[in-house]
Design a protein around this ligand. Structure first.
Ligand code: ATP
Length: 234
C-alpha cells in the first residue's frame, strides 16, 4: 500500500478567456518530499499554485491536496500554508505585531506560536522592529514565518528567492531545506534550475501550460532537454 500523495492533480486545465494557462497538467507530490515547479515566465506555475490553495477554480481536472479538494473552502485546506503573493504587512508595525494580526484574522495561533515561528526563520532578535526597516529577504522570511504559524504539513512557495540578493536568497533556501528536513512537504516554483537542483527531490518542468518533464532530480539532470533548459536560462 502506498501512502496517499500530499498533492495529486489529474488533467488540470485552466483557461482565462482565450489564454490557456494550464493545458492538461498531472502532478503528484509524495508526502515528505520537496518538489520543484520549474518553468519560464508565463508557463503556468503561479496559476497551478493558486488552484492548489483554492484561489482560482480549475476549468477541468481533479485536484487533491492533503486528500481534499481545495476549492471546497478553508476547512478543506487545513494543514496547507502558502506564500504566493507577498503578504500585506503593515510597514509601521513590528514583525511580531504583524504576525499576531494575521494569526488573529485566520483565527489561529497563540502568541507563543508567533514567537516560535519568528525564531525558526531567524528573526527573533528583530521581531520588535517595524517592518518598513526590513530588507526584502527579511520580509520573505517573515512571509514564511506567517505560514509556519499555521503549523503546515504542506508548504507552497511561489519563487521564494526571486528578487533577493545572494545572501537573502541563500537564507531562504537554507530555511526551506530545514523545514523539509523536519518533514514538511514543500512545493516551490522557480525559474532557476540551480535552485531547484539544490533544494528539490523531484521536479516538474512546465512549458506553456503543459508538463514538459517530470521526475527525480537525479534522473532529469542527465537528460538533454534539461541541459537545454539550463543553457536557455543561464
Ligand atoms: P511567472 O513566472 O511570470 O509568474 P508563471 O509560470 O507563474 O509565470 P502564470 O502567472 O501562471 O505563469 O501565467 C500563465 C498564463 O496565464 C500567462 O499567459 C498569464 O498571462 C495568464 N494568466 C494568469 N492569470 C491570469 C488572469 N487572472 N487573467 C488572465 N490571464 C491570466
Amino acid at each position: 500500500d502506498t501512502a496517499q500523495p500530499a498533492i495529486e492533480v489529474r488533467g488540470l486545465v485552466k483557461a482565462f478567456g482565450d489564454v490557456t494557462a494550464l493545458d492538461g497538467v498531472d502532478l503528484e507530490v509524495p508526502e515528505g518530499s520537496v518538489h520543484g515547479l520549474l518553468g519560464p515566465n508565463g508557463a503556468g506555475k503561479t496559476t497551478l499554485l493558486r488552484i492548489l490553495v483554492g484561489l482560482v477554480s480549475p476549468s477541468a481536472g481533479t485536484v487533491r491536496v492533503l486528500g481534499h479538494d481545495p476549492a471546497l473552502g478553508p476547512a478543506a485546506r487545513e494543514g496547507v500554508a502558502s506564500l504566493i503573493e507577498s503578504p500585506r504587512f503593515k510597514p509601521s508595525l513590528s514583525a511580531r505585531t504583524n504576525l499576531r494580526m494575521l494569526a488573529d484574522l485566520d483565527g489561529l495561533g497563540a502568541a507563543g506560536d508567533v514567537e516560535d515561528a519568528l525564531a525558526r526563520v531567524g528573526l527573533d532578535s528583530r521581531q520588535t522592529r517595524a517592518v518598513r526597516h526590513y530588507s526584502l529577504g527579511m520580509r520573505q522570511r517573515l512571509g514564511i514565518a506567517a505560514c509556519l504559524v499555521r503549523r503546515p504539513r504542506l508548504l507552497l512557495l511561489d519563487e521564494p528567492a526571486n528578487g533577493l540578493d545572494p545572501s537573502g536568497a541563500r537564507d531562504v533556501r537554507m530555511l526551506v531545506r530545514e523545514l523539509a528536513d523536519e518533514g514538511t512537504t514543500v512545493l516551490l516554483s522557480s525559474h532557476d534550475m540551480a535552485e531547484v537542483d539544490e533544494l528539490c527531490d523531484s521536479v516538474t518542468i512546465l512549458a506553456r501550460g503543459r508538463v514538459a518533464r517530470t521526475g527525480s532530480m537525479a534522473g532529469l539532470r542527465t537528460e538533454a532537454p534539461v541541459a537545454a533548459y539550463l543553457l536557455c536560462t543561464a
